[in-house]
Structure formats: C-alpha cells, structure tokens
Design a protein around this ligand. Structure first.
Ligand code: NI
Length: 137
C-alpha cells in the first residue's frame, strides 16, 4: 500500500481575491499568498485553519486546466492531495491498483517545483499525488 499523507484539499474558486476574503472571515490564515502557475494557467493560494491546509485554485484564462471543472462544479472542493516520499513507486502502485493518470508528473511552481500528478478512479474521483519535500523520487 502506498505511504500517503494528506497534504491539502484543493478547492476551486471563480474569483481568488473574493474567495480569500471569505475564507479569512471564517478564520483561515493565508500561509502562501496567491501565485501564478503558468504551466496550468491558474492562480494558487494556500490557507490553513485547525491544522487543515486548503489550496484555492482559480482559472487565469479560458484554457486553464480547471476551466472545464469550474463550469461543472462551481466554487467547490475538488481533490485531496497526498504527499509521498516515494513518488515514482507510489505513482506506479496507484496505477496498478486501478487509478488512471490524467496528466504526467509535472513540477508545481506553487509547491517548490515538486512533482505533482493527478489520477482518477471510478469509485473515488480525482486525487493529486505530490512528491515530498525531503525526498528525491
Ligand atoms: Ni492540489
């Protein structure tokens, strides 16, 4: 079984600034102000409350990686990200276990350039796998 740790919950928002203010009003603290991911054409901001880390994701243009998702889901949580020290091994194990990779491992500028990849399975939907900070792959 892969050794996965929950890293964050990904949350789609249409408007980053307005969403950030609303989360702050509920007591969330910004731990990483919004940055632009030019590979995925999205804005990303990290917030925390009660030990939970939330990643706000908003589309920066019509052809962003989340533009289709946000039409379907509106403002909504849409993935849980799992961190691993054995990225390549766990990635392969997830695929062997029935997950389908929906992109290829790509560096995430908002997460120190660590590799991330998104996978799907029929009974769970989408997850994100993130390379741990203190590991190669
Ligand atoms: Ni994420």
């Amino acid at each position: 079984m892969p050794a996965l740790k929950v890293h964050h919950i990904g949350y789609l928002v249409k408007k980053m600034e307005a969403a950030t203010r609303s989360f702050e009003a509920l007591g969330y603290e910004i731990t990483q102000p919004a940055t632009y991911d030019e590979i995925r054409k999205i804005h990303i901001c990290f917030l925390e409350k009660d030990g939970y880390r939330i990643e706000l994701v908003s589309p920066a243009s019509e052809d962003s990686v989340v533009s289709g998702l946000i039409k379907k889901f509106k403002n909504s949580p849409y993935h849980i990200c799992y961190e691993t020290e054995q990225f390549d091994k766990d990635y392969q194990e997830l695929i062997n276990g029935g997950f389908v990779s929906i992109d290829t491992p790509t560096p995430a500028p908002a997460l120190q350039g660590r590799n991330v990849v998104f996978l799907m399975n029929a009974s769970m939907g989408m997850i994100e796998l993130l390379q741990s900070e203190n590991a190669g792959s």
